[in-house]
Design a binder for this molecule. Structure first.
Ligand code: MG
Length: 258
């Protein structure tokens, strides 16, 4: 099931996305909270009549760096012995169709297409065999990065944590195996990144075990699983799209911060 979060007439709601043709999708409004028990109301609205919001409001976004060998190599890095983990703040999260604001302190903004894991239940020290029980679903993410700032500053809080640097969406797919999905990024329709989640050095299971060894994850928390090779520049006016097989396409435009 694909679950979107959206606003209509000033109200925020969750809905199940129905239909196959991008132009005729409808949302069946959900009664209750998607992570817990919920029902479909049967009240339907066309998706093109609503504004999509980030599909979840995470308490935290935990991101993993250098999880595809070819991307580590293109950045001149070794594959790390232990996964590199960092946070993106909740204020960095935007939804499909929202604008990425080019920050004033960077001259080298990059896209990073990533599979995002959405957590469904509060969990800590999750054993490998229980990982599937704590995952709600998957969505597309763009770990937008000020690459020049990342090189200059030893911690990545500013380079990867500025406002609008974490597009998520367009919705959460709850019924998919994340093990071998095509993942790509295009800029203005031109392909930049193309990889498969099977090339991840650490699997989704590995990452949930590793992160929850240290911290409690809450419903709605998000894990970004790293980006395949082919990262590259974004400029004001560009339209960047992240597509993951079986999930959908997350599109955002880059604007100058006003
Ligand atoms: Mg990344």
């Amino acid at each position: 099931m694909r679950i979107a979060r959206f606003s209509i007439d000033g109200n925020v709601a969750f809905g199940a996305v129905e239909g196959d043709s991008p132009d005729s999708l409808v949302l069946d409004i959900i009664k209750g909270i998607p992570y817990a028990d919920f029902e479909l109301s049967g009240t339907k609205v066309p998706l093109n009549k609503v504004r999509l919001l980030p599909p979840v409001l995470p308490n935290k976004v935990v991101a993993i760096g250098r999880n595809y060998a070819e991307h580590a190599a293109e950045m001149g890095n070794e594959v790390p012995d232990v996964p590199v983990a960092f946070f993106k703040p909740t204020t960095s999260v935007i939804g499909a169709g929202d604008s990425i604001e080019y920050p004033s302190f960077s001259e080298e903004l990059h896209h990073e297409a990533e599979l995002a894991v959405v957590i469904g239940r509060m969990c800590r020290e999750v054993p490998r065999e229980r990982v599937k029980d704590v995952i709600f679903g998957y969505t597309c993410a763009n770990d937008v990065t000020a690459r020049d700032v990342q090189r200059r500053e030893s911690q990545w809080a500013r380079a990867k944590g500025f406002d609008t640097s974490c597009p998520l969406g367009p919705w959460v797919e709850t019924g998919i195996d994340p093990g071998n999905l095509a993942i790509q990024a295009t800029v203005n329709g031109e392909q930049r990144q193309l990889g498969r989640t099977s090339d991840m050095i650490r699997s989704v299971e590995d990452l949930v075990v590793h992160i929850t060894e240290a911290m409690t994850l809450l419903p709605g928390d998000v894990i970004l699983t790293g980006t395949p090779a082919g990262v590259g520049p974004l400029h004001v006016g560009d339209e960047v799209a992240v597509t993951i097989e079986g999930i959908g396409t997350l599109t955002n435009k880059v604007i100058k911060r006003g």
